[in-house]
Write a protein that binds this ligand. Structure first.
Ligand code: PPE
Length: 307
């Protein structure tokens, strides 16, 4: 997915021109993957541009860094203010994606990261539908031959840079086989998540999603928004371990993520989900999510940070 450049990138406290936002080739994270990132979206609302669940994302970034023992020299409020200012200086509105990254810069080489400088950057650009046009009609999913990380191999509660090698392998495998996206099972064979999204299925009017910590999935902020929205719409949501047959037999299924938003599944391993078209519960939840992030649902106003 190509990046559309904007004007400025925030790097360690200053706004740098887009082409000058570079790092040394011997930056530690480039070699060893120790770093953490976030993905956040901002939308146009009736009262100006707002970043969706900004504080929650920046809190998760700081939690990721705690796990990785990266000592970030900025606090929650510094990071939130920097993101807001960045959206303002780049005049971004609808479809804006914000990418904070904490990484280790130049200064040390070797697996031991201690002593390498901890650096922080935030970029933002305009990013369209993450899963392309199929987001409307439903995506074709393949269960990956790659397993999700075992909890003692890679900390799955941290959005670790290097952890995404696992996701990339699964994504490329799925795309080369003609599918849109991969579903990953954990080392125990239970459903974990997708390469960059959490997963929900619907059976008999109830929603089910794998419990993130047991399933080794990221605790998604969109996932938690959907739990609240679905409950408020009167649907019961259960965090429950799922097996691949549960996916094959679901009445409806959808995935959730900041970049992807809410996307219906049309099939899993060539078995249609329901009749292969977005189901009624998925459709109402998806619509409510789209209205929520755009400030059209006053009850969720607390989730919006106006820039
Ligand atoms: N699981 C994974 C592995 C993941 O990367 C994401 C976000 C989620 C679940 C959903 O989390 P949340 O965004 O809080 O609902 N993936 C981000 C990065 C995608 C990318 O290609 O880069 C995102 O959606 O921004």
């Amino acid at each position: 997915m190509p990046i559309t450049p904007t004007k400025k990138i925030w790097m360690d406290g200053s706004f740098v021109d887009w082409p000058d936002a570079t790092v040394h080739v011997l930056s530690h994270t480039l070699h060893y993957g120790t770093g953490a990132f976030e993905g956040i979206r901002a939308y146009k609302t009736p009262n100006g541009v707002a970043i969706f669940r900004l504080k929650d994302h920046m809190e998760r970034l700081l939690r990721s860094c705690k796990i990785l023992m990266l000592d970030v020299p900025y606090n929650l409020s510094d990071l939130c203010e920097a993101a807001k200012e960045l959206v303002r200086v780049n005049d971004l509105t609808e479809g804006c994606y914000i990418r904070p990254l904490v990484y280790l810069g130049y200064g040390e080489i070797g697996v031991n990261p201690i002593g390498a400088p901890v650096q922080t950057a935030i970029a933002a650009w305009s990013w369209g539908a993450y899963l392309g046009d199929h987001a409307e009609t439903g995506v074709r999913m393949k269960i990956s031959s790659w397993s999700r990380h075992a909890p003692n191999a890679m900390p799955t509660a941290s959005k670790t840079v290097g952890g995404y090698v696992n996701a990339s392998l699964a994504k490329v495998e799925a795309i080369k086989a003609g599918y849109d996206e991969a579903i990953m099972l954990g080392p125990d064979g239970r459903v974990s998540e997708c390469t960059g999204e959490n997963l929900f299925i619907i059976r008999d009017g109830r929603l089910y999603s794998p419990p993130p910590s047991e399933a080794g999935a990221l605790s998604g902020i969109t996932q938690s928004s959907i739990v609240k929205i679905a409950n408020d719409l009167g649907f019961e949501v259960n965090f429950e371990a799922l097996r691949r047959d549960d996916l094959y037999l679901a009445d409806e299924a959808f995935l959730t993520g900041t970049a992807a938003e809410v996307v219906p599944l049309s099939s899993v391993d060539d078995r249609l989900v329901g009749d292969g078209k977005p189901g009624p519960i998925t459709t109402v939840i998806r619509k409510t999510y789209h209205q929520t992030v755009r400030g059209e649902r006053p009850q969720y106003e607390d989730w919006l940070a106006r820039v």
